[in-house]
Design a protein around this ligand. Structure first.
Ligand code: FES
Ligand code: FES
Length: 158
């Protein structure tokens, strides 16, 4: 069975016919070509597939595309504006919060969702907010520092 899905992805509303069993991550990657969202475990354990749905981080590998009817979805491709990285992307870059980078889009989107909900998170709140994301090579210290740096920058410009 297929259904018509109307959804706003990265600020653009679109309507597509999608199989009822298509996962959101496959819709984004295969249907829309937004391959910044990664598939790591494909089972809800690594967070590589994290996107924002109505501003809240969600694992797109555990979400059916058709249930996104009318929702606002943001992927890693939406963050940079006019060629300028978002604060959280710059902080990951400057703090060396990535090595292979495979986990990075998921971490960045989880952090972006966290910072929108809480502009001044404690270290524990950051660790809790990123608790659904796994990095195999950087380690978490640099990632937490990157989120702290981005929070500071966002507070300065607020
Ligand atoms: S690919 Fe979705 S949680 Fe790992
Ligand atoms: S940077 Fe390689 S898995 Fe996180």
């Amino acid at each position: 069975m297929r259904s018509l899905l109307t959804v706003t992805v990265n600020g653009r509303e679109r309507t597509d016919g999608v199989p009822d069993n298509m996962l959101l991550v496959d819709y984004l990657r295969e249907h829309l070509g937004l391959t910044g969202t990664k598939i790591g475990c494909d089972g809800g354990e690594c967070g590589a597939c994290t996107v924002l749905v109505d501003g809240v981080a969600r694992h797109s590998c555990l979400t059916l595309a058709v249930v996104m009817q009318g929702r606002l979805i943001e992927t890693i491709e939406s963050l940079a504006r006019d060629g300028r990285l978002a604060a959280i992307q710059r902080a990951f870059h400057e703090k060396l919060g990535a090595q292979c980078g495979f986990c990075t889009p998921g971490f960045v989107m989880a952090a972006e969702g966290l910072l929108r909900a809480n502009g001044d998170p404690s270290e524990d709140e950051i660790k809790h907010g990123l608790g659904s994301n796994i990095c195999r090579c950087t380690g978490y210290v640099k990632i937490v520092e990157a989120v702290q740096d981005a929070a500071r920058e966002l507070q300065e410009v607020a």
